[in-house]
Write a protein that binds this ligand. Structure first.
Ligand SMILES: *Cc1c(COP(=O)(O)O)cnc(C)c1O
Length: 429
């Protein structure tokens, strides 16, 4: 379910017209629906039923302070991957005691900062890192809470760039050596408190099978770690996929009900129904680290068509957003539905490439896709751009970063100003 739909022929976010926002704030423009973010957050909590659990929102998906504050005020914890993300969480009013710190390359400065702030757990990705964490904690005279990330060697069946749970990925510690590592650490690393176990097998998983496979594979290990080392939590990671196609229709219940069973994508209810019974009796706190599921469908990127260029082979619609604003299609063949802000009067489609102004052939939002036609001057929305959208935006080609708006009901708030030209050179000497 999400907060974007046509009302009287024009696309709205909740009760705010997107064309009005584009006129007022310019394009490219990110717009987020607070209602959708909270709806997804609450539905995930509901799907986990009565098991002791906590949602640690993966900040890297969308780290705008207002998005973080919204989730913090509703009790979310946070999964961070850098000192910068911890800084943002604290600025947004989040509680470091509900933060887990993931990532394969934590620096000394980041470790010290996180120890000083009192985070809940360092999710450690190698024995070397665990030893280093122990040393730094020793220097500061504190105990570092830690969990090791297990690599269960499970195929998440997602794009190779966002698969993380196979032996050949750089993430985590091999399944087979975890028990030995915990034994050694508990004997030798006096400044480490082994608090849990963590895993995360990949992103944008659209079937339940890899989640089940990973949980069933790791459960005996988790039981053993609890018995031997008294761990208190198991983080089962994030990775819940979202629908990128037909997202306008899929906002409605009727659309869901009309899907054939095997075409029905992974729903959060299914996720809960399959996983909760498997996790219920472990006596552990279950941590979830969703990013995309919480914010993905909750955001759009508005862009204006500048030119239509008819080549001999193709028709290009050139828009004012580029891969620097939204890199997912260029980076990992990410798909975004593209719809005009004025509802198409008929079902006529033209086959086009929608491309940005950046000097790269990879700068496209779709290729040879049948779309409702639009013309120079018209506004379109790239749907489901709330996750890994603005968060991955850059100044490439010296383009100022777009503005961001958060909509709550009928109220639209500017939550990040568009960068100015002066912002572009700020800090250069
Ligand atoms: C990226 C990441 C997540 C979030 O992944 P989503 O697919 O956005 O849910 C969770 N945990 C870790 C360790 C990650 O690196």
């Amino acid at each position: 379910m999400h907060g974007f739909s046509y009302k009287n022929g024009s696309l709205f976010c909740e009760d705010v017209s997107l064309s009005t926002l584009a006129d007022e704030y310019g394009t490219p423009l990110y717009v987020y629906s607070a209602g959708t973010i909270l709806d997804h957050y609450k539905r995930l909590n509901a799907a986990m039923g009565d098991i002791d659990h906590e949602v640690a929102y993966a900040v890297k998906a969308n780290s705008n302070l207002s998005v973080l504050r919204l989730l913090a005020t509703h009790g979310a914890g946070f999964d961070i991957v850098s000192g910068g993300e911890l800084f943002r969480v604290i600025k947004a009013g989040g509680d470091p005691a509900h933060c887990t710190f993931a990532g394969v390359g934590k620096t000394r400065a980041e470790i010290i900062y996180a120890l000083e702030q009192g985070i809940y757990s360092f999710n450690v990705e190698s024995e070397e890192e665990l030893r280093y964490l122990n040393d730094v904690a020793g220097e500061l005279g504190v105990i570092a809470p830690a969990a090791v990330r297990v690599n269960p060697n499970v195929d998440a069946k997602t794009h190779k760039y966002i698969s993380t749970g196979k032996s050949e990925n750089k993430f985590g510690v091999d399944f087979g050596v975890i028990l030995d590592l915990y034994e050694r650490a508990s004997k030798e690393l006096k400044n480490i408190k082994l608090r849990g176990l963590q895993m995360h097998i990949g992103s944008q998983l659209t079937s339940i099978a890899p989640f089940i496979e990973a949980i069933e594979k790791v459960t005996p290990l988790v039981r053993e770690l609890k018995a031997r080392h008294g761990i208190e939590f198991w983080s089962i990671g994030g990775g819940i996929g979202i629908i990128y196609e037909q997202s306008l229709q899929s906002g409605s219940i009727e659309w869901w009900e009309n899907q054939m069973d095997d075409e029905r994508p992974l729903t959060i209810e299914r996720y809960g129904k399959e996983l909760v019974p498997r996790l219920h009796d472990l006596g552990l706190k279950i941590l979830l680290e969703p990013g995309r599921y919480i914010v993905g469908n909750a955001g759009v990127l508005l862009t204006k068509c500048l030119y239509e260029k008819k080549g001999t082979a193709k028709t290009f619609k050139i828009v004012d957003a580029g891969m620097n604003d939204l890199i997912r299609p260029a980076l990992y063949e990410g798909h975004h539905e593209i719809v005009p802000l004025v509802e198409p009067a008929n079902g006529v489609r033209v086959t086009v490439d929608v491309v940005g102004p950046i000097c790269e052939s990879g700068d496209f939002f779709c290729q040879d896709r049948p779309l409702a036609d639009f013309n120079p001057g018209d506004l379109v929305a790239l749907m489901s751009a709330g996750a890994y959208g603005f968060a991955m935006a850059s100044n490439y080609n010296s383009r100022p970063l777009p503005a961001e708006i958060l909509v709550e009901g009928g109220t639209a708030t500017l939550v990040r100003k568009r960068q100015s030209l002066d912002d572009l050179i700020e800090g250069e000497l």
